[in-house]
Every structure is written in structure tokens, then in C-alpha cells.
Design a protein around this ligand. Sequence first.
Ligand SMILES: [Zn+2]
Ligand SMILES: [Zn+2]
Length: 345
Amino acid sequence: MAKAALLVNVENLKIVERDIPRPDTGEILIRVKSCAICGTDIKVFHHGHKHIVFPRITGHELSGVIEETGPAVKKFKPGDKVAVAPAIPCGECYYCRRGWQSMCDNLKAIGYHFDGGFAQYMIVPEVAVRNGCVNLVPDNLSFDEAALAEPLACVINGQQLSRVEMGDTVLILGAGPIGCLHAELAKNIGASKVILADVVQNRLDMAGFTGAIRVNTKQTDLKKFVAEQTDGRMADRVIVAVGVPEAQEQSLELVSKRGSVNFFGGLPKESPFARINTNILHYGESFVTGTHGSTPLHNRMALDFIAAGKFQIRNYISKKIPLEQIVEGLKEVEERKVVKIIVNP
Ligand SMILES: [Zn+2]
Ligand SMILES: [Zn+2]
């Protein structure tokens, strides 16, 4: 028997004892060691998700040890330390064949279509194993550090889409864990100036380790501030790492000519509209993109970046909790008291 945090229905999360699942022919059974709580876990807890049929075990930022492999699995063996990329491409559609697996027409996800990592054991489905979602974790990384490869993978995807380059001024709206990863990645790429903006002072304080210039937009006029920082040119790259329409609207006023804006955070599905001044795009020849998740390759890159010491990953881990405290953990993340909480089931 083994424990799992089962989301029975919206806001009804139960710790249950269940049989340890057994891997089918192409599947892998993982003993989960670390699964980080993500903002979307909170959304799902309160509102469910269109791809989730209850009951479901959520959790998608995870690492662990392979316990057992199905007979068709040749690349991995019991005892392997792995991180799992939760977004599973089909490998066959047009977008997969173009190498744009995050745009897969048949995208499935661990923690949504399949049970996730808030459990002692988890099955990695065959389609995930086949499409490269299982990545070996470099020896020098802890399981907790490896679990954070998933959010970093999404950030890497975002900055590739934003085309962040050496010498850029990069402005990030939202100083949560995603904003901090963006700040660190931009610095790694060679951005000459990185600015983190937020309305919550506590978050800005926690983001100090990134070395970014921090600005509280409740106290400071952001447009003026960015203008001062850039000799009036505004930021080359603006990354909106919050799901707030007003932030999306404002972002266009903060971008330079020929610069790019990235709507990294999605808006709620009931109100997905923002009023934007499209003349800024017209006259400024600026670009707007979004970002949706990441590919298995981005996850591989993220693990290698972390293993190479390019990110201060330990600073993201505010707290570690056992599975039994997951509801409290969700609450703390929601109240923005912490950067990241890791569940060690
Ligand atoms: Zn996540
Ligand atoms: Zn596909």
C-alpha cells in the first residue's frame, strides 16, 4: 500500500491509501521523491480544469526514482534517478513533426489527463516514455532541485519565443518563482539590465537573490521608471508573468520599438480579454507572443542548466512538507508567503 493525495472533487483533497500501481508494457513506475506546488495546482484545487476528470492526483513538477519498468522499456532501469516532463506530445501530429511539441494537437499532461506526483508512486504513461518526457537527473542534483526543472523549462521556452538576446533590457512583470526564473535566465543569456516588477513587496523582497533591479509598482510609476532605465527607449523584452489583463494592457506601453512582449501567464477562461493599444505595435513594429508550457527538450536543457550551477535553485525552495500537509501548503503558496513549496511524499 502507498499514500496519494487524491483530489476527489473541487476543494476536496484526501490522503488515501491505495495499492501501488503496476506498470503496463511500455510504462514506468516511479517512487516520487519531490513534487513542487505550482500556481496552477491552486487553480485546479479551487476550480478544476477542463482536462481533469475527478478523482485525480495532481502535481506536475516532479522527480523520483524508477521503481519498476514495463517489459517494453529499454532505455531506463529500476534505480534510475529521473525528472518527468509533464506535457506529453503525441510525436505524430504536424506540430510535433515540426519540433513544436508544446503545440501538439493531441497534447496530454501528467496531473491532468493522467495521475500526477502528489503521491508516493506514479505511473509514467507509455506515450510519455516514448516521446522523451523521462529525463535522467544529473548526479549532482537533489530531487528537490530536479523538480524545479519543469517551471524552468517553461521559462526557457518563453525566452526562446521572446528572442531574448545579449545586451537586452528585460522587464518581467510578476516577481513570483516564474518571474525569478525569468530574471535569472535573462542574466544567463546576457541581458544587460533585468527589471522585476510586482505589486507585492514581500515577493520583491524574496526575489532579491536574483540580482534584478526590483520595483514596486504600487509605489512607483512603472512606465516612468522603465523610461529612466532605458534612456526613454523602453524594454527590449517584456515578459508578463502574471495572469492579469491590466498587466497585459500596460505591457505594450513598456516595450521598445521592435521589441517583444510575452503573455506568459494566461487569463481566466471566463474573462480572457484585454484592451490593447494596437497602434503601439503598428508604429513600433513590436512583437507579441504567448507561451504555453514546454517540450521534453526544454526539460532536458533545464536540468543541464541547473546542474551547471546557472541558477540559484536552493533559493526557490522556501519549505519542504510531507504529503499530509498538502492542503496547508497550497494555502501558503496562494497567500504568496513563500517562493516554492516542495512536497516530499
Ligand atoms: Zn507548473
Ligand atoms: Zn503531436
